[in-house]
Design a protein around this ligand. Sequence first.
Ligand code: AMP
Length: 219
Amino acid sequence: MNFIFLGPPGAGKGSLAVKVAEDYKIPHISTGDIFRAAIKNQTELGKKVKAIIDSGALVSDDLTCELVKDRLSQPDTQNGFILDGYPRHMPQVVAIERTLEELNLKVDYAVLLNVEYDMALKRTLGRQICPQCKKTYNKLTGVNAPLVDGMCNDCKIPLTVRNDDNEETFKKGYESYLINCKPVIEYYRNKGILIELDSNGSALDTLNEFEEIIGSKND
Ligand code: AMP
């Protein structure tokens, strides 16, 4: 199945996507992750986008849409995919529709993760990631804290934080989401393929709700 995940920063799109990708054995394609990996590896793409990502602004559509098209053209998307963080505004919806048509693919469901502002902020500011196993923890939400402060439970190495996980970048991303993503949500609602999840609880609650809804639609 082919999914698009929508929601503000801190909604838990990445956490849900990792689990759904595992369950369905489909690739999790996060534009944000692709950009961050490029920055870490100091590729040409990384050098181009570093300042933009750090500021919380959006990378140009030319770059982003081309990158998504290349990724979706790879053979592992034939059994399904999750697009996380794309499309983020209407010009990207137009681009993805064109790309999907060219590749003979279609979106089955657009999954919107609804979360309150304060929870999204806590998730973002408290997020800690193991650089080795990539497991995500949170030191502010009261759930999913590491057993030893700042250390991965499994790998026993210090956790890291994302460069863009600060309040200023969060606010910019959240405001941009409110303005730009509204017509995207309405677009998928009008197509009859929008699924809305309550993402204020634990990652497991959101996953359970997701599975219930998808299960009931495909019975
Ligand atoms: P995310 O991990 O989805 O929060 O994305 C992190 C950052 O990557 C964003 O703040 C943008 O700078 C950039 N980015 C990710 N996805 C897109 C997109 N679809 N269009 C433009 N910029 C993006």
